[in-house]
Design a protein around this ligand. Structure first.
Ligand code: COA
Length: 161
Protein backbone atom coordinates (compact mmCIF):
# COMPACT_ATOMS: atom_id res chain seq x y z
CA UNK A 1 0.00 0.00 0.00
CA UNK A 2 1.70 3.22 -1.11
CA UNK A 3 -0.02 6.46 -0.17
CA UNK A 4 0.87 9.69 -1.99
CA UNK A 5 0.12 13.22 -0.89
CA UNK A 6 -0.32 15.98 -3.49
CA UNK A 7 0.01 19.28 -1.58
CA UNK A 8 -0.73 22.80 -2.74
CA UNK A 9 -2.78 25.91 -2.13
CA UNK A 10 -5.18 25.09 -5.00
CA UNK A 11 -6.54 28.65 -5.24
CA UNK A 12 -8.32 27.34 -7.27
CA UNK A 13 -7.58 23.79 -8.47
CA UNK A 14 -6.84 23.77 -12.23
CA UNK A 15 -6.77 21.14 -14.97
CA UNK A 16 -2.97 21.19 -14.56
CA UNK A 17 -3.28 20.08 -10.93
CA UNK A 18 -5.90 17.47 -11.93
CA UNK A 19 -3.54 16.09 -14.57
CA UNK A 20 -0.93 15.50 -11.83
CA UNK A 21 -3.56 13.95 -9.53
CA UNK A 22 -4.91 11.64 -12.26
CA UNK A 23 -1.43 10.41 -13.14
CA UNK A 24 -0.56 9.90 -9.47
CA UNK A 25 -3.78 7.96 -8.99
CA UNK A 26 -2.60 5.49 -11.69
CA UNK A 27 0.73 5.00 -9.91
CA UNK A 28 -0.19 4.84 -6.22
CA UNK A 29 -2.74 2.91 -4.20
CA UNK A 30 -4.08 6.00 -2.51
CA UNK A 31 -3.73 9.71 -3.33
CA UNK A 32 -4.57 12.51 -0.90
CA UNK A 33 -4.94 16.05 -2.22
CA UNK A 34 -3.75 18.17 0.71
CA UNK A 35 -5.10 21.71 0.53
CA UNK A 36 -2.85 24.05 2.52
CA UNK A 37 -4.42 26.94 4.40
CA UNK A 38 -1.58 29.17 3.03
CA UNK A 39 -2.72 32.24 5.04
CA UNK A 40 0.30 34.21 3.86
CA UNK A 41 -0.81 33.94 0.22
CA UNK A 42 -4.15 35.58 1.13
CA UNK A 43 -6.10 33.17 -1.11
CA UNK A 44 -9.13 34.29 -3.12
CA UNK A 45 -11.08 31.20 -2.01
CA UNK A 46 -11.33 30.21 1.67
CA UNK A 47 -9.83 26.91 2.75
CA UNK A 48 -13.32 25.38 2.95
CA UNK A 49 -14.15 26.61 -0.57
CA UNK A 50 -10.86 25.25 -1.97
CA UNK A 51 -11.47 21.86 -0.35
CA UNK A 52 -15.06 21.76 -1.66
CA UNK A 53 -13.93 22.68 -5.19
CA UNK A 54 -11.19 20.05 -5.18
CA UNK A 55 -13.69 17.44 -3.96
CA UNK A 56 -16.19 18.40 -6.64
CA UNK A 57 -13.52 18.40 -9.36
CA UNK A 58 -12.37 14.92 -8.32
CA UNK A 59 -15.92 13.56 -8.28
CA UNK A 60 -16.49 15.02 -11.78
CA UNK A 61 -13.54 12.82 -12.90
CA UNK A 62 -15.28 9.52 -12.43
CA UNK A 63 -12.14 7.35 -12.73
CA UNK A 64 -10.43 8.77 -9.65
CA UNK A 65 -11.73 6.30 -7.07
CA UNK A 66 -8.58 6.27 -4.91
CA UNK A 67 -8.34 10.07 -4.47
CA UNK A 68 -9.47 12.02 -1.41
CA UNK A 69 -9.19 15.67 -0.34
CA UNK A 70 -8.20 17.10 3.06
CA UNK A 71 -7.19 20.50 4.38
CA UNK A 72 -4.13 21.17 6.54
CA UNK A 73 -2.45 23.96 8.44
CA UNK A 74 0.86 22.48 9.50
CA UNK A 75 4.32 21.66 8.21
CA UNK A 76 3.92 19.39 5.19
CA UNK A 77 6.22 16.73 6.68
CA UNK A 78 4.19 16.64 9.92
CA UNK A 79 0.91 16.36 8.09
CA UNK A 80 2.26 13.71 5.70
CA UNK A 81 3.43 11.70 8.71
CA UNK A 82 0.07 12.18 10.45
CA UNK A 83 -1.87 10.67 7.53
CA UNK A 84 0.70 7.95 6.85
CA UNK A 85 1.80 9.22 3.42
CA UNK A 86 4.91 7.62 1.89
CA UNK A 87 5.58 10.06 -0.91
CA UNK A 88 4.94 13.71 -1.81
CA UNK A 89 3.94 14.23 -5.44
CA UNK A 90 4.27 17.63 -7.10
CA UNK A 91 3.89 18.90 -10.64
CA UNK A 92 6.91 20.42 -12.36
CA UNK A 93 6.03 22.80 -15.15
CA UNK A 94 9.09 24.64 -16.36
CA UNK A 95 12.72 25.29 -15.51
CA UNK A 96 11.57 28.26 -13.43
CA UNK A 97 9.75 25.88 -11.05
CA UNK A 98 12.89 23.86 -10.49
CA UNK A 99 14.85 26.11 -8.12
CA UNK A 100 11.87 26.77 -5.87
CA UNK A 101 10.82 23.11 -5.81
CA UNK A 102 14.42 22.04 -5.23
CA UNK A 103 14.61 24.36 -2.22
CA UNK A 104 11.34 23.08 -0.71
CA UNK A 105 12.27 19.45 -1.32
CA UNK A 106 15.71 19.98 0.24
CA UNK A 107 14.15 21.65 3.30
CA UNK A 108 11.62 18.83 3.67
CA UNK A 109 14.40 16.26 3.24
CA UNK A 110 16.47 17.98 5.91
CA UNK A 111 13.56 17.74 8.33
CA UNK A 112 12.46 14.21 7.37
CA UNK A 113 14.68 12.16 5.02
CA UNK A 114 12.20 9.25 5.10
CA UNK A 115 9.61 11.21 3.09
CA UNK A 116 10.31 10.94 -0.64
CA UNK A 117 9.29 13.66 -3.12
CA UNK A 118 8.43 12.79 -6.73
CA UNK A 119 7.84 15.21 -9.58
CA UNK A 120 5.48 14.68 -12.48
CA UNK A 121 6.26 16.77 -15.55
CA UNK A 122 3.36 18.82 -16.83
CA UNK A 123 2.28 18.12 -20.39
CA UNK A 124 3.19 20.95 -22.83
CA UNK A 125 -0.37 22.31 -22.94
CA UNK A 126 -0.33 22.94 -19.17
CA UNK A 127 3.26 24.19 -18.85
CA UNK A 128 2.17 27.83 -18.57
CA UNK A 129 -0.82 27.22 -16.33
CA UNK A 130 -1.03 28.43 -12.73
CA UNK A 131 -3.79 29.37 -10.33
CA UNK A 132 -2.79 33.04 -10.48
CA UNK A 133 -3.04 33.04 -14.29
CA UNK A 134 -6.52 31.54 -13.96
CA UNK A 135 -7.52 34.19 -11.38
CA UNK A 136 -6.10 36.96 -13.57
CA UNK A 137 -7.98 35.84 -16.71
CA UNK A 138 -11.22 35.31 -14.77
CA UNK A 139 -10.96 38.70 -13.03
CA UNK A 140 -11.14 40.39 -16.47
CA UNK A 141 -14.06 38.22 -17.53
CA UNK A 142 -11.91 36.01 -19.78
CA UNK A 143 -12.79 32.42 -20.61
CA UNK A 144 -11.13 29.81 -18.37
CA UNK A 145 -13.43 26.91 -19.29
CA UNK A 146 -10.68 24.91 -21.00
CA UNK A 147 -8.17 25.19 -18.16
CA UNK A 148 -10.25 24.59 -15.04
CA UNK A 149 -12.96 22.03 -14.21
CA UNK A 150 -16.60 23.19 -14.67
CA UNK A 151 -17.19 23.64 -10.91
CA UNK A 152 -14.23 26.05 -10.67
CA UNK A 153 -15.38 27.97 -13.76
CA UNK A 154 -18.77 28.48 -12.07
CA UNK A 155 -17.22 29.37 -8.68
CA UNK A 156 -14.95 32.00 -10.27
CA UNK A 157 -17.90 33.59 -12.10
CA UNK A 158 -19.83 33.64 -8.85
CA UNK A 159 -16.94 35.04 -6.77
CA UNK A 160 -15.82 37.70 -9.24
CA UNK A 161 -19.17 38.91 -10.57
N1 COA B 1 -0.45 22.71 -12.96
C1 COA B 1 -0.88 23.97 -12.81
N2 COA B 1 -0.42 24.80 -11.87
C2 COA B 1 0.50 24.33 -11.01
C3 COA B 1 0.98 23.02 -11.11
C4 COA B 1 0.46 22.19 -12.13
N3 COA B 1 0.88 20.95 -12.30
N4 COA B 1 1.89 22.84 -10.15
C5 COA B 1 1.97 24.00 -9.48
N5 COA B 1 1.13 24.89 -9.99
C6 COA B 1 0.98 26.29 -9.60
C7 COA B 1 -0.11 26.59 -8.64
O1 COA B 1 -1.30 26.82 -9.32
C8 COA B 1 0.42 27.83 -7.96
O2 COA B 1 0.23 28.92 -8.82
P1 COA B 1 0.18 30.43 -8.32
O3 COA B 1 1.28 30.62 -7.32
O4 COA B 1 0.36 31.17 -9.58
O5 COA B 1 -1.16 30.63 -7.72
C9 COA B 1 1.91 27.57 -7.86
O6 COA B 1 2.18 26.69 -8.92
C10 COA B 1 2.34 26.87 -6.62
O7 COA B 1 1.63 27.31 -5.52
P2 COA B 1 1.12 26.40 -4.36
O8 COA B 1 0.00 25.54 -4.77
O9 COA B 1 0.91 27.30 -3.19
O10 COA B 1 2.30 25.38 -4.12
P3 COA B 1 3.73 25.60 -3.54
O11 COA B 1 4.62 24.84 -4.43
O12 COA B 1 4.04 27.03 -3.26
O13 COA B 1 3.66 24.83 -2.14
C11 COA B 1 2.76 23.85 -0.21
C12 COA B 1 2.51 24.79 -1.37
C13 COA B 1 1.47 23.68 0.53
C14 COA B 1 3.21 22.49 -0.70
C15 COA B 1 3.88 24.43 0.68
O14 COA B 1 3.65 25.80 0.88
C16 COA B 1 3.93 23.72 2.01
O15 COA B 1 4.51 22.65 2.10
N6 COA B 1 3.30 24.34 3.03
C17 COA B 1 3.24 23.77 4.36
C18 COA B 1 4.24 24.46 5.28
C19 COA B 1 5.60 23.84 5.12
O16 COA B 1 5.80 22.65 5.31
N7 COA B 1 6.56 24.68 4.77
C20 COA B 1 7.92 24.24 4.59
C21 COA B 1 8.12 23.75 3.18
S1 COA B 1 9.80 24.00 2.81
Amino acid sequence: MVKAIVPGTFDPITNGHLDVVARASNMFDEVVIAVASSHKKRPLFSLEERIALANQAVSEMKGLKNVSVVGFDDLLISFAHQIGADVVVKGLRAITDFEYEFQMTAANYQMDPSLETMFIMSPPHYMYLSSSIVREIASFGGDVAGIVPPCVDAALKNKLS
